[in-house]
Structure formats: structure tokens, C-alpha cells
Design a protein. Structure first.
Length: 177
């Protein structure tokens, strides 16, 4: 599926605004605050979240330093996460691959991409942080983030993708100075 997306590599994403991201209850230790929303894509509900986390606990301080951004005075960084309703399992549990009838078609995948970009842009416009970081947790997501990094075409924001030291690859949507 990702090889088909390569033909779209330089086509700008047309974001879909999912509306405001309301505050949600934190679901993990070390998470200070959470904002998020959900939307149906295909046969599943997808949820996107922006989590305020401790910089040092998540290894984000190196990323801020490498990008030359000042670290937030409160020591919190913002992580972007998304998942579908099938994968909401207990922490440490392994996710099964989606059954064929629940996997996204190319059209649905592109719609998901547009919602995710729109949600992150909406959060940044409403709340004004200098940066949001996405941390891919597997090679498919790493390819997706890499692909997306070439397609966000917004005048006020740029996308940075880096591997920092021993830390996994990270993608950041950064507000232009």
C-alpha cells in the first residue's frame, strides 16, 4: 500500500479540519494533558491525540536542541499519536493486523491522512505551540510519516524529520519563525 503512495509524494495534502480538539483525560503516567478527537474512516473509528509529556522522559529534549528550538519553560513537549478502535488494547499488548475487510482502501487512507494533518494544524493554530512531534512506532508508520513530511504544504509551518542519537526517528511540524 505504501508503494502506491509514493506517486503522490510531492502532491500537497488538502487538510480536513476535524474541528476543535477538546481536552481529554490523560491515560498514561507522565502525560500532563491530552487533547483529541475521533472520526470514522472505513469500518473503524480513528482517534488522534496531542499529549503534553515530560521532555526528558520521552527523549524530546535532544530533538528540540537539534532543531535549534528553545525548550519549553515548563519542561513539557507535545506528542502526536493516532490509532484505530481495534488497537485500543492494554499497554504492552501486541496489535493484530487488521482483517482484510477492515483495512483501509487507498481512498480511505488518503482521507485519514487529510484528517490527521488537519487535526494537527488545527491544534497548532488554536493553541500556538512552536512544535508537535510524531514518533513512529514501526517501520510502516515511519514510511508514512516520511511520506507525509514531503506533502504538508502550509505557509506558516514546516516539517522536520530527524533521527536523534539513539532515539527513534521523529517527525515534527514546526511553526516557522
Amino acid at each position: 500500500m505504501f508503494f502506491g503512495l509514493m506517486s503522490l509524494k510531492h502532491t500537497p495534502v488538502a487538510p480536513i479540519d476535524p474541528g476543535p480538539l477538546p481536552s481529554l483525560a490523560a491515560t498514561a503516567n507522565g502525560v500532563r494533558a491530552v487533547w483529541g478527537t475521533s472520526f470514522p474512516i472505513g469500518k473503524l473509528i480513528y482517534t488522534m491525540r496531542v499529549e503534553a509529556v515530560e521532555l526528558e522522559e520521552y527523549g524530546l529534549e535532544y530533538f528540540y536542541d537539534e532543531l535549534g528550538l528553545p525548550r519549553p519553560s515548563d519542561g513539557a513537549g507535545l506528542l502526536f499519536k493516532f490509532d484505530n478502535s481495534e488497537n485500543e488494547l492494554e499497554e504492552g499488548a501486541a496489535y493484530r493486523r487488521l482483517s482484510r475487510d477492515k483495512r483501509l482502501s487507498m481512498k480511505e487512507f488518503l482521507e485519514l491522512e487529510r484528517f490527521l494533518v488537519g487535526g494537527v494544524l488545527r491544534y497548532m493554530e488554536d493553541n500556538g505551540p512552536p512544535m508537535i512531534v510524531g514518533v513512529p512506532n514501526d517501520s510502516k508508520l515511519e514510511r508514512w510519516y516520511s511520506h507525509l513530511a514531503t506533502r504538508v504544504n502550509q505557509p506558516d509551518f514546516c516539517v522536520e524529520m530527524r533521527r536523534t542519537g539513539f532515539h527513534p526517528r521523529r517527525v515534527a511540524l514546526v511553526r516557522r519563525r
